[in-house]
Ligand binder design. Sequence first.
Ligand code: FES
Ligand code: FES
Length: 411
Amino acid sequence: MFELNINGQIVHSETDKALLSFLRDDLKITSAKDGCSEGACGTCTVLVDGKAVKACVQKVSKFEGKRILTVEGLSGREREVYEYCFAEAGAVQCGFCIPGMVLCAKALLDVNDTPSVSEVKKAIRGNICRCTGYKKIEEAILMAGRFFRENLEIPKAQEELHMNERFHRPDVAKKVNGTGKYVDDLEFPDMLYAKAVRSKYPRARVDKIDISKALAHPDCVRILLQPDVPDNVIGHMKKDWDVMIPEGGITRYVGDCLALVAVSRKESLEEVVSLVEVDYTELTPVTTPQDALRGDAPLIHEDGNIMSKSTLVNGDVKAALASAKYVVTKKYKTPHQEHAFMEPECAIAVPDGEDGLVMYTGSQSVYDEQREIAMMLKIPKEKVHSHSMLVGGGFGGKEDMSVQHHAALMA
Ligand code: FES
Ligand code: FES
């Protein structure tokens, strides 16, 4: 048993788990976010005796006898100042990083209320924001310093909004004070936890999927395989994406799903997933568009390796080149760009009536999600209700289905 002081309350943890898991899962303090679980992003930041600490990597035993603070423990005045300054500076976009940033700001301003820009930068150096570019967060922290230092009153919010005037985004307060709900902050009675077993290889034949050991685990509730999917192919622009790859099928990328595992206790999910045994025959992958176009390239899809052809015609290019004073011929390449949003993808599906579903997701396009889930389950669209919770960044990367259809299938 471990005793901790969190936001001035004495609480106990039965097990020596990560502090973040204790805060979120046991105490339901969800302002501390889980962006990476490995000490890289800072969304889980809490203050420990006034210092910013990442709660995801260290166990509760480390924090006995220390004072832990989350944004829920800020004073009313502090909350008001941070809400106002972050709104006024335009420092809040998706908001997923913001409670962590606010705590870094407090750690700094409590000991130095006239910081320089470089001191502000240093205070938030362990925290990543993918939306704002940091400048506005720095401005918000400098502004908060001035409000505390000069004991300034918080200006009243405008009552009427007019075109061509600045105003605060309406969701800023809940993103600053941690009451805004992202999907992973929700909990439902008797909720199960599910995870996909994904292909180890970009291109391989799946020879055998053995789920017997995983099924024997006492916490395993259900394992689904491709034959359990009513319509196995989904896709936003083209229906070309297998929900699951069956035995005998060939994978197309390392993320392909081979099995879906649901358990009753979150803590045992990884263990049960690791008990699913897959035999593969590894095949040479196709890794570039150029390779995919070669005559002897293996077919990624039965209808070929070209998804669509587009021709862009604008003016008379030949004549323009022939009459140009200079002609520069060069090849330009751009790298693969990961969206790197801060909130990991997450979805909850709740059975609704006999054959309907209510989805809670961080998706960027709930209508596509509704359509594709209905198609996959072969149920009318009206039976699928998709609710978008706060979206912790996306930048286009949360348009496709990633986990939503899997949650729906399991529910
Ligand atoms: S640093 Fe803890 S969740 Fe990312
Ligand atoms: S506002 Fe910082 S990650 Fe989105």
